[in-house]
Design a protein around this ligand. Structure first.
Ligand code: NAP
Ligand code: MG
Length: 486
């Protein structure tokens, strides 16, 4: 063999780079965090929280029953007048402390987030945890300036906020909910998702370390029935929900006629629109980030890829080649791009929709990669020859699956992008500034990214149109949901 041949045969690969979970202070079991302490459930049960990458139990977690929820709401009620009576500056100091403690425990939180939910450590370390801290910092700054956030009008907190979050960004969604609620003088009862309660419980520990007055924050893990019971509790003054559109509708029905303000952050089927004049290599990176970030378990995922016909073959070719280099596997490995699917149920949902796509005639390609034997996994997948009426073009898959549609003109791109019951986010890739603004203003989407995707910032409002919900989180707009404004 010549030297030339030997050289070209060298295959560069990554050495395993696992993050060690050894220093993580995970307890064997967690009670319900009510009135400043972890308490055994009165009528609830203990349920294991599972690592979706290994199917191993991480800890036993108390699930709240009806009596427990009542106790949590009572504690929040009792604490609320005192919390609201503190000056904004004092409330801000507590939020600031919580933000600092999240930073101090950042590594631990990132590891637990990846173990409990399956997302790559690279993401929990670089996105979820720093953004959670940033949200507390941001709203710490607002706490003594509330009326400036609402055009100088008089403000008052609602009272007790019931907050329900999903499993895809457990710590970050808890931060999105708690930080503005607390800054505005509300107290809170937070229900994390049943598959990912652990980082919310860590956040409860952080509230203790920050010496937050007891009763200001309650964390009550449980399943969907606990969420349903929480929004039906007497004694709540505000509901904030992030999750699926179906459950959002159920909550809206439960609150009808009760005069309780509601914000809903629901699902999406967001369009990522690639024009022929875009920088195509960057666009491909943006497509990958848009749909494979967090295994596609992202409400604003760019799951409907709209490519201008003239460049469709080139973009799909480059995308497929790039997808082949995604590393799927151990969420705790720092080189992993795509981790585990959050639960067996979610994997089944993804498989069901992918089969529907094949049956309806779209062309499926999944990356050939070795998937671990235990745990729940799904290889990055692309569908081409998708018709707008196919289920995979209409329904949220919430997995690492992208559906490609094409368009010829700008008008057609806008029409196709808006052809959805949802309206959460969109991406536009073009090197023409005027085109980007023109298209952005015609899109029915709460967030429109230009030449980027999935960028989040605590100063920017996030939220949807149509079946993606209403109300905004983040920035001064996020204060509105937690204030009575007169
Ligand atoms: P989900 O079933 O709606 O669950 C969300 C939360 O609601 C969980 O804590 C869940 O508990 C709870 N819940 C379930 N049934 C309930 C009921 N009848 N009443 C009150 N609460 C109830 O959603 P998911 O499937 O877990 O999450 C994925 C969905 O969330 C996707 O559709 C995604 O687009 C959406 N999402 C939206 C945003 C956004 O900002 N717009 C962000 C993230 C996710 P269990 O965990 O026990 O089911
Ligand atoms: Mg779990």
């Amino acid at each position: 063999m010549s030297t030339q041949e030997t050289r070209t045969r060298i295959v560069w690969d990554y050495a395993p780079a696992p993050e060690s979970p050894e220093h993580v202070r995970l307890r064997d079991s967690y009670g319900l965090f009510i009135d400043g302490d972890f308490r055994a459930p009165l009528d609830g049960t203990m349920v294991p929280s599972i690592n979706p990458a290994s199917e191993e139990t991480l800890a036993e977690v108390a699930f709240a029953g009806e009596e427990d929820l009542r106790r949590a709401v009572d504690a929040a009620r009792a604490a609320q007048p005192g919390w609201a009576a503190l000056s904004g500056l004092e409330r801000g100091k507590y939020l600031f402390r919580i933000a600092r403690l999240i930073q101090e425990r950042a590594r631990e939180l990132a590891i637990v987030e990846s173990m409990d939910g399956g997302k790559p450590i690279r993401e929990s370390r670089d996105v979820d945890v720093p953004l959670a801290a940033a949200h507390f910092f941001h709203y710490a700054g607002w706490a003594d300036k509330l009326s400036y956030g609402v055009a100088g009008r008089d403000v008052a907190p609602h009272g007790v906020a019931a907050q329900i979050v999903p499993w895809n960004f457990p710590l970050l969604m808890a931060a999105w909910k708690l930080a503005p609620a607390l800054a505005c003088g509300n107290t809170a009862v937070l229900k994390p998702a049943e598959t990912t309660p652990l980082t919310a419980l860590f956040l409860a520990e952080i509230c203790q370390e920050a010496e937050l007055p007891p009763g200001v924050v309650q964390v009550v893990p449980g399943d969907g029935s606990a969420g349903a019971a929480l929004v039906r509790q007497p004694g709540i003054d505000k509901v904030a929900f992030t999750g699926s559109t179906g459950v959002g509708k159920d909550i809206q029905a439960a609150l009808a006629g009760r005069g309780i303000p509601l914000t809903l952050e629901l699902g999406g089927k967001s369009a990522n629109v690639i024009f022929e004049d875009a920088a195509l290599d960057q666009a491909v990176e943006g497509i990958v980030n848009g749909i494979f970030f967090n295994q596609g378990h992202v409400c604003c995922a760019g799951s409907r890829l709209l490519i201008q016909e003239s460049v469709a073959d080139v973009v799909i070719g480059k995308l497929w080649e790039r997808m082949g280099r995604l590393r799927v596997g151990d969420p705790l490995d720092k080189n992993t791009d795509v981790g585990a699917i959050n639960s067996r149920e979610q994997l089944t949902r993804i498989q069901e929709l992918v089969s529907a796509g094949e049956e309806e005639g779209a062309v499926r390609r999944s990356v050939a990669c070795e998937l671990p034997e235990r745990g729940w996994w799904f290889a990055p997948t692309i569908f081409t020859e998708v018709a707008p009426a196919h289920r995979i073009a209409v329904e949220e898959i919430f997995g690492p699956v992208v559906s490609v549609l094409t368009f010829r003109t700008q008008a057609e791109a806008i029409q196709k992008a808006n052809n959805s019951a949802y309206g959460l986010a969109a991406g536009i890739w073009t090197d023409k500034g005027a085109k980007a603004f023109e298209v952005a203003s015609a899109l029915q989407a709460g967030v429109v990214w230009q030449n980027t995707y999935n960028h989040f910032d605590p100063t920017a409002a996030f939220g949807g149109y149509k079946e993606s919900g209403f109300g905004r989180e983040g920035g001064p707009a996020g204060l509105r949901a937690y204030l009575k404004v007169s």
